[in-house]
Design a protein around this ligand. Structure first.
Ligand SMILES: [Zn+2]
Length: 286
């Protein structure tokens, strides 16, 4: 059966559309409309000419405005030292000097290599996401890690050298947790024993992360009123400036490991850390 638009169909195939004023006119069907459009456009042009003529007579010549001063990039007080714990996978080989305990083979699921989850790989994924965001904000970032597993003393030296000779900074060390029974879950943040400027930083990170993961926040509130756990890990104890060690979920727990693989979860963890870092730039004293 022929369609009621047979005429249009034929013309559509036979001649190219004519573009005018953002509309498409097909063939010669809308000649009248086209003429009307042209007339309207001519009127508009005449109007512009009249206005231009009037401006010429009445206005002073327009001086070009001087270029605005170039905007100084925000001067952040701190460099951000980013540490990612343990080695990673390089050509399928696990580059770690820590030995056992830094990976876990789950009974199921798809992780970094088959069903095996490597903490160092996950730490680097999160660290790199965090770094990307900080660099977008114009912050100075110093990595303490590479594809290999640098010794703790080397990583401490990198931070302290930069802190003393180039720019003061604060340290975040990326880790994920494991438990003896492989049954613990959640997020813990560590500072050194006692009260330092690291404590308000850890507290802020904890609060920002809690917004996204209210059911996963582990804390030691009952001991000293702070949410953070306290232990003198080298990377936070021997380094200068505020420093927090992050234990993002338990990689030997299947459900937590799945969360760590989830890009949305990674982005939320990153978001919380970035917010806390910006806060620290404005509020934290060394
Ligand atoms: Zn670790």
């Amino acid at each position: 059966m022929p369609s009621s638009n047979e005429q249009e169909d034929r013309e559509d195939k036979g001649s190219a559309p004519v573009e005018f004023g953002g509309e498409s006119y097909i063939g010669g069907n809308d000649k009248e409309k086209l003429v009307e459009k042209i007339t309207t456009a001519k009127d508009a042009l005449t109007g512009i000419e009249v206005i231009a003529e009037r401006l010429k007579l009445t206005e002073e010549p327009i001086e070009p405005k001087p270029c605005p001063e170039p905007i100084e990039p925000k001067k952040w007080r701190y460099a951000i030292f980013v540490d990612a714990g343990h080695g990673t996978l390089k050509n399928g080989i696990h580059t770690t000097i820590a030995g056992m305990g830094r990976y876990w083979t789950h009974k199921q699921g798809k992780f970094h290599q088959g069903t095996t989850f490597y903490e160092g790989v996950s730490n680097r994924i999160l660290a790199e996401k965090y770094i990307k965001r900080l660099e977008e904000l114009g912050m100075k970032v110093v990595r303490t890690y590479s594809d290999s597993d640098l010794s703790l003393s080397d990583r401490v030296s990198i931070i302290n050298y930069h802190h003393e000779h180039i720019q003061e900074g604060l340290t975040l060390s990326f880790h994920s947790n494991a438990s003896p029974g492989h049954d613990a879950r959640g997020i813990e943040y560590y500072t050194t024993i006692g009260e330092t400027t690291s404590d308000p930083l850890a507290q802020k990170i904890w609060e920002e992360t809690k917004i996204f993961f209210p059911n996963f926040m582990r804390s030691q509130h009952h001991i000293d009123g702070d949410a953070d756990y306290e232990k003198n890990f080298d990377i936070i104890f021997k380094t200068k400036g505020p420093a927090v060690l992050l234990e993002n979920f338990f990689f030997d727990h299947y459900e937590d490991a799945l969360l760590l693989m989830d890009e949305e979860v990674q982005d939320k963890l990153t978001e919380a850390l970035v917010k806390a870092t910006v806060w620290a730039q404005e509020n934290l004293q060394q």
